[in-house]
Design a protein around this ligand. Structure first.
Ligand SMILES: [Fe+2]
Length: 315
């Protein structure tokens, strides 16, 4: 069931209800009605927190969002998403495969090719689309801020535009330029503030013994909604319980991670594997530990863009 404002009888039940298991979920091939009837636009969505841009806000298998949503998107080679914009920020974190993302302005499009662990934060009101040109399907994690969930505004949908133009996100032949952080074109300059290459992002060793790469928030892409980080947690490393005044969520990408909750001296825990998630509400003391032999890679979202207030302590 959806975690609304339910009272739970036990802490264990509460933690279980805030855990999204990959194997308990299904990919939904009809999450986006504007794609229906257009095979070239087909994609599947798996919802973890909120509806993530889908109108399926009544889905009872997804957690209630506070400041951000989390979903997975699956897209096969040759498929694309038509150029559109919305009034909310939206991040794409690539998990598998390679994804072309295009930003359009005045008939010109800047395209970037993103690989695993790369991210783009689609700025508010910027026309954006994406396409799988590679040989393998793409799995990515999308987060949008909860803000005003208005439907997207389509700029170049194949319903109204020629298929080739829609596939190029609105660029006529010769009007596509390519991502270059050193480039002089205004779209290149704008996009370079919102693209994160995992390999180019500084690796920060936290004093508690794990690594952090700051994707969004102070030290990463500028945003006023949520912080997003990738954590690298070595075997047998963990932290003492900490509390935030906003929610946070761990989504495991590689390895496994045990997340624990505490209340009045009671402690419960859950082990997460790849593509499992725990959302911890504001005010709940929680901790994490890697009990596995391999390092864990974890996508970490915090419902605030304010500077980090938690000092992690090794457990
Ligand atoms: Fe979008």
């Amino acid at each position: 069931m959806t975690v609304q404002d339910t009272e739970f009888e036990t802490l264990q039940q509460a933690l279980k209800a805030h855990t999204g298991r990959f194997v308990d979920k299904k990919f939904d091939w009809h999450a986006f009605p504007s794609n229906d009837g257009f095979d070239e636009l087909s994609r599947a969505q798996m919802r973890y927190i909120g509806a993530g841009g889908s109108p399926k806000v009544g889905d009872t298998s997804t957690l209630k969002p506070d400041h951000f949503t989390v979903s997975l998107i699956y897209k096969e080679p040759g498929k694309y998403a038509a150029c559109h914009s919305h009034e909310i920020e939206e991040s794409f974190l690539i998990i598998d495969g390679a994804l072309i993302v295009g930003w359009e302005k005045d008939g010109e499009v800047c395209e970037v090719n993103l690989g695993p662990k790369d991210m783009i934060l689609n700025a508010r009101e910027i026309g954006h689309g994406f396409r799988v040109d590679g040989v393998e399907p793409v799995v990515m994690s999308i987060s949008v801020d909860v803000g005003k969930p208005l439907p997207p505004v389509y700029h170049y949908h194949p319903k109204e535009h020629a298929p080739e133009l829609a596939r190029a996100f609105g660029a006529e032949p010769g009007k596509t330029i390519y991502f270059d952080p050193e480039g002089d074109h205004p779209l290149q300059k704008l996009m370079s503030k919102y693209v994160v290459r995992h390999s180019e992002l500084a690796t920060i060793w936290d004093d508690a013994g794990f690594t952090r790469k700051i994707y969004c928030g102070p030290g990463g892409v500028e945003t006023d909604t949520c912080r997003k980080e990738m954590l690298g947690i070595p075997s047998r490393v963990g932290v003492k319980a900490f509390t935030r005044d906003v929610e946070d969520a761990f989504m495991v990408l590689e390895g496994s991670l045990t997340v624990g909750w505490e209340e009045d001296g009671e402690a419960v825990e859950v082990e997460l594997g790849p593509r499992d998630l725990v959302k911890t509400p504001a005010g709940r003391p929680h901790w994490f530990r890697n009990n596995g032999a391999a390092a864990a890679t974890v996508w970490y979202l915090v419902g605030s863009a304010e500077p980090e207030a938690v000092t992690f302590e090794a457990a």
